[in-house]
Design a protein around this ligand. Structure first.
Ligand SMILES: Cc1cc2nc3c(=O)[nH]c(=O)nc-3n(C[C@H](O)[C@H](O)[C@H](O)COP(=O)(O)OP(=O)(O)OC[C@H]3O[C@@H](n4cnc5c(N)ncnc54)[C@H](O)[C@@H]3O)c2cc1C
Length: 416
């Protein structure tokens, strides 16, 4: 890894700001383009120690879709995750059920990998492991990582000058993969529409009385959403989203009281639950950049869109952004086009923005009508969930979505 300041004279084709899972995956994909023609620099203010072995334990976990698995394979990041036992936990079923239904009843929605002819529905992985595997794949592919914070960008017609805590560098294109509070988005003056859900998502690992059966369990409780994601250790990872005041009271309560409330919220689906880790929480909001691109700049991942985590889609959407952008930049390189030109970047924006907005809106509706509900409309939606759940034909398109295989997919995410 490069740790010395990058000299002013160096000109990069692409500078990625943000080495979270999404920025690092884009770097790794660009480093593996068939043309291998691009000079790529990744700026990350908080680079993890890549010499340390990947750790399976993490409070922040993601449910990766099949599309994300394929993208990470193409990026060269999958083998490092698969090599360490317990880092990837496959899940074979998903049960989604509303407040008044039973998890395996006619009122619930179940996806079963065997029924779909798949080995599993996806994998649970820790945030830190995913970030490290993607950063390592980028470096192996010949990319340069710089531990630095982006401070400012001077936009000019023919290129960019980036001012960072480690020095200056020049580029043709800057990518904002710097998360929800994106500095790139701010500097590029790309506006956002933001909506506070007034909820906190609480995460922790829990031990359950009964085995998790390699199943992702999700209950819409009427006061929020609870997901139990299976871990290789036998524990489950929870994502429990509740109105802020209620969540704060629970976070301040002793572990046994928290666990008792959690068991009630899960409707006892895995028997009694006990805390096996610390608790952490994240404020929830929806953010949507009104434009993803301007001349010489593009946004991706949480810098472009933050969605409600109730269906675990954030990183999956970000990885689709990464694969789409890599494909657009590869085509532009082969055609000898200017990578920072709007006619190139608009292809990426047109491809991904409407898909991301559709998903964000669907999650809003789930949050409004299923997570909270209580009115007549919610009753109809709950009944609709049961109708879909009872019909293999109606379930199929939802299953394709859950696998991340619906819509206009980038080449590396498609079925071979
Ligand atoms: C409770 C919860 C549960 C979730 N569960 C799931 C799930 O199951 N599945 C799923 O797909 N998604 C899930 N998500 C969403 C997921 O966490 C995000 O979508 C994902 O982390 C976004 O990744 P990113 O790389 O875009 O951004 P980030 O992970 O935020 O990375 C941004 C990076 O940029 C760096 N950075 C920021 N500013 C600068 C700067 N100026 N200079 C240099 N570096 C900078 C930061 O240090 C950071 O490393 C969940 C979210 C929450 C809150």
């Amino acid at each position: 890894m490069s740790s010395t300041p990058v000299a002013t004279s160096e000109i990069f084709d692409v500078v990625i700001v943000g080495g979270g899972p999404v920025g690092a995956a884009l770097g790794a994909l660009l480093a593996r383009l068939r043309s291998r023609a691009l000079r790529v620099l990744l700026l990350e203010r908080d680079v993890p120690d890549l010499a340390q072995p990947i750790d399976a334990r993490d409070l922040r976990v993601f449910a990766l879709s099949r599309a994300s698995e394929r993208i990470l394979r193409a990026a060269g990041a999958w083998s490092a995750l698969a090599a360490v036992p317990g880092v990837l936990t496959p899940y074979e079923r998903m049960h989604v059920w509303p407040r008044d239904a039973e998890p395996r009843s006619g009122g619930s929605l179940t996806f079963d990998a065997a029924e779909l002819g798949e080995a599993n529905l996806g994998y649970i992985v820790g945030n830190a492991a995913l970030q490290r595997a993607a950063l390592a794949a980028f470096i192996e592919g010949g990319g340069t990582v710089q531990r630095a914070q982006l401070d400012d960008v001077c936009f000019a017609e023919v290129g960019l000058e980036l001012l960072t805590s480690a020095g200056r560098c020049m580029a043709k294109l800057v990518i904002g993969a710097d998360g929800g509070g994106s500095r790139v988005r701010e500097i590029a003056d790309l506006g956002v529409e933001a909506q506070d859900y007034l909820q906190l998502a609480m995460v922790a690992n829990v031990q359950s009385e009964r085995p998790h059966e390699h199943t992702a369990w999700q209950r819409f409780s009427g006061e929020g959403t609870l997901a139990l994601l299976p871990l290789a250790s036998g524990e489950s990872s929870i994502v429990w989203s509740l109105p802020r005041a209620r969540a704060e009271a629970l976070l301040a309560s002793p572990p046994h009281e928290f666990a008792s409330e959690l068991t009630t919220a899960s409707a006892g689906v895995l028997g009694a639950l006990e805390l096996a880790s610390l608790r952490r929480s994240f404020p929830l909001r929806r953010v949507n950049a009104s434009q993803y691109t301007r001349e010489r700049c593009a946004l991706m991942g949480d810098a472009a869109h933050i969605v409600h985590p109730l269906a675990g889609q954030g990183v999956n959407l970000g990885l689709l952004d990464a694969a789409a952008l890599a494909e657009v930049l590869e085509a532009a390189t082969l055609e000898g086009e200017d990578l920072g030109a709007m006619r190139v970047l608009r292809r990426y924006e047109r491809w991904r923005k409407s898909d991301n907005e559709l998903m964000a809106t669907a999650l809003d509706l789930f949050n409004r009508f299923l997570a909270f509900g209580g009115d007549e409309w919610s009753r109809w939606v709950e009944r609709g969930l049961g109708v879909v759940g009872r019909s293999a034909l109606l379930r199929r398109p939802f299953a394709e979505r859950a696998l991340g295989l619906a819509g206009d997919l980038p080449r590396v995410a498609r079925r071979a």
